[in-house]
Design a protein around this ligand. Structure first.
Ligand code: PHB
Length: 386
């Protein structure tokens, strides 16, 4: 009698445990949580965690566990972490971060056949490096091409380009220059700055001396506040020079601290916290309830990265085989807080709307207000290679 009672009890407990009795399905996030790109990695992890909180941690009968690791903004460290995650932690899926880190882990995920969602890197080349990589962030080419096309339609200008010297910066400059070449706009100078701890002053001085109408600027997420401050301190705004470029510079989490001098700044980007959809309003409200800052464009890469992983796992019935997951991810389409997005089945790269936005004050706060949409933009660098 007692024995059968214990047996029944054990059975009931096992059933109640359900999915969690199985080994958890581990997703390794290799992100920059310290070092120069620390705000980027934290945003991506915040985005991924928000998604799990809203959608639950069980998918296709498997319990999801996020294994978050800090690459300290150092690619060699990212490589070591990837090895540990694959060999020791036996992660089923990886969420990759900034370009240098994503590039160093590409050969490892290829060898191990691990589906890897690139949640930050904006260099076109990244997803070319491994057939097991797919992107939910953006490419610099997408926003830079659209910025050029918009300028071409809105009258010629004298422009200085100013980017940081690394793959995303060079792609941004190259795509912008190529696209603007057929318009009335003229590039009067092209400057490249170091990526780490840049002193913008000498570059801003040189840009000012060229007397342009606008400076096309790409600085990575996290540097926009300092850049704009120095731009204003050096009097470029008073000289009538406009800031244009990818929206990384008027990053949502920093924008409100930049001052009213940025009002009117026009940029091209894939995400604004002011995107007027119901889905985005709910998403921003949910995030701001738990955090006292605005979700920026990096956060949505982590959020959508998790969506892609969840939906792919549903399709494979929880099978984490890299080839099956990649097949499930290719061609996936969904509505993101940024608007409609999809994964190009040929390139594994993201296809998304790029919006032209202008900084405006709404209810006493600065926002990137979208006013024109370029729909379903593909990465122009890959398109040109075809
Ligand atoms: C990148 O790692 O490619 C990256 C990081 C920050 C940005 C844009 C691109 O703002």
């Amino acid at each position: 009698m007692l024995r059968s009672l214990i047996g029944a009890l054990a059975l009931a407990m096992a059933l109640a445990d359900g999915a969690s009795a199985q080994e958890p399905l581990k997703i390794g996030l290799i992100q920059s949580l310290t070092g120069p790109f620390n705000t980027v990695g934290k945003a991506v992890v915040d985005g991924a965690q928000l998604y799990v909180k809203q959608h639950g941690d069980v998918v296709a009968g498997r319990r999801i566990e996020l294994v978050v690791r800090d690459d300290a903004t150092a690619p060699d460290r990212a490589k070591r972490i990837a090895q540990e995650l694959i060999v020791n932690d036996k992660v089923a899926i990886i969420g990759a971060g900034i370009t240098p880190s994503a590039l160093t882990i590409a050969p490892l995920v290829t060898e191990a056949k691990i589906a890897t969602v690139v949640m930050v890197s904006g260099a076109s080349i990244t997803v070319d490096r491994s057939p097991y990589m797919v992107r939910t962030s953006f490419t610099l080419g997408q926003s830079s091409a659209v910025m050029a096309d918009w300028l071409a339609r809105n009258g010629g200008r004298k422009i200085v380009t100013l980017v940081n010297d690394w793959a995303p910066g060079i792609e941004s400059e190259t795509v912008f220059k190529d696209r603007i070449a057929t318009s009335d706009a003229k590039i009067v100078d092209s400057l490249r700055m170091p990526l780490a701890n840049p002193d913008f002053a000498p570059f801003l001085q040189r840009a000012r001396d060229a007397k342009p109408d606008a400076v096309f600027i790409f600085v990575p997420s996290g540097q926009g506040g300092t850049f704009v401050k120095q731009f204003i301190e050096r009097g470029l705004d008073k000289a009538g020079i406009k800031i244009i470029g990818p929206g990384d510079v008027t990053d949502d989490d920093l924008l409100n601290g930049m001052g009213d001098q940025v009002i009117g700044t026009v940029t091209a980007h894939m995400y604004s916290a002011a995107h007027p959809s119901k889905m985005n309003k709910d998403y921003v409200a949910a995030f701001m309830k738990a955090n006292n800052f605005r979700p920026n464009f990096m956060l949505v890469g982590g959020y959508d990265g998790m969506h892609l992983i969840y939906e792919a796992l549903k399709k494979t019935n929880g099978d984490t085989d890299g080839d099956k997951l990649m097949a499930a991810m290719k061609g996936m389409k969904w509505e993101s807080p940024r608007g409609p997005i999809s994964i190009d089945a040929d390139t594994r790269d993201i296809v998304q709307n790029i919006y032209i936005r202008k900084v405006e004050k709404v209810d006493g706060k600065l926002y990137n207000q979208e006013f024109a949409t370029f729909e379903a933009v593909k990465d122009p660098v890959k398109a040109a290679k075809k």
